[in-house]
Design a binder for this molecule. Structure first.
Ligand SMILES: Nc1ncnc2c1ncn2[C@@H]1O[C@H](COP(=O)(O)OP(=O)(O)OP(=O)(O)O)[C@@H](O)[C@H]1O
Ligand SMILES: [Mg+2]
Length: 254
């Protein structure tokens, strides 16, 4: 008898996304096993962020299917996908202009809409929300910034606030869009350690990243996009020595 491979936590089957005449994703199939840290790399405009937007329901796939935890989420609205256990951060940080770090963590819920301010008083009175916010604050070493306006903090700190906020929603899958952009070397090294700890607790992570030193040391597996097409997949060592990837993206640096 042949062993049956376990279903991946996230499965994209032949996903395409068109914007007018532009093919941002073209017949992309990827499988993310539960408990892994997987990277997505590729040149600017390759379709990496579009991939996240399709997975989270921000954009609807033009064709193909997205399955998460055995549920067909392709046509689900984003709030339902978030509730099912997918959280994300944004390439262009999205924090509220006048909220403190702690307030961001208190209101962090899968669906963030215009009415969020009205939730804040209720969340303040919710001991479970408070406990989760404290936990995320401590985990990311943000205690010193607790009552600071989040958007006024250095870029690297803002990225951590976004990740902490995403985690308070208790996701099974965390999507990170360029998490170390704006971080210095020490901050990136610290983040790598934190993400590994999250993995040890059972979280699955899919990370877009241009910082090759970071992505090659963090991820167990990589997917490479170029002009919306998946051109390679494999271990960091395989990707680093893949002539197609070197030609399209890594260049002579590799
Ligand atoms: N909302 C949109 N409307 C029209 N075109 C879009 C939209 N979002 C993305 N695109 C196009 O889709 C392609 C892929 O863009 P995407 O942002 O996914 O690339 P990326 O790999 O994340 O690039 P970068 O590394 O610069 O962040 C690009 O040609 C982009 O211009
Ligand atoms: Mg992008």
């Amino acid at each position: 008898m042949r062993a049956i491979a376990p279903q991946p936590l996230l499965d994209l089957a032949n996903v395409s996304k068109m914007f007018g005449g532009v093919s941002a994703l073209s017949d992309v199939s990827i499988r993310i096993p539960e408990g892994r840290i997987v990277g997505v790399i590729g040149p600017n405009g390759a379709g990496k962020t579009t991939l996240f937007n399709v997975v989270t329901g921000a954009f609807r796939a033009s064709s193909g299917a997205v399955t998460f935890a055995d549920e067909p989420i392709t046509h689900w609205p984003s709030y339902r996908i978030a509730r099912a256990g997918i959280a994300r951060t944004f390439q262009n940080i999205r924090l509220f202009a006048s909220m403190t770090v702690f307030e961001h963590l208190l209101v962090a819920q899968p669906h963030q809409g215009a009415g969020i301010r009205r939730f804040l008083p209720a969340r303040r009175a919710d001991p479970e929300a408070w406990r989760r916010a404290e936990e995320a604050l401590a985990f990311f070493g943000l205690a010193a910034y607790r009552d600071r306006i989040a958007a006024s903090l250095p870029y690297g700190i803002q990225r951590k606030v976004e990740m902490a906020r995403a985690l308070t929603a208790r996701p099974r899958l965390l999507l990170l869009d360029e998490p170390v952009a704006g971080m210095n070397h020490d901050e990136a090294a610290e983040l790598r350690t934190l993400l590994r700890q999250l993995q040890d607790r059972g979280l699955t992570i899919l990370s877009i990243e241009h910082d090759m030193a970071f992505v090659m040391t963090l991820c167990e597996m990589l997917y490479v996009l170029d002009f919306g097409v998946l051109i390679a997949e494999g271990s960091p060592a395989e990707i680093r020595s893949n002539p197609v990837v070197i030609d399209a993206y890594l260049g002579s640096e590799a």
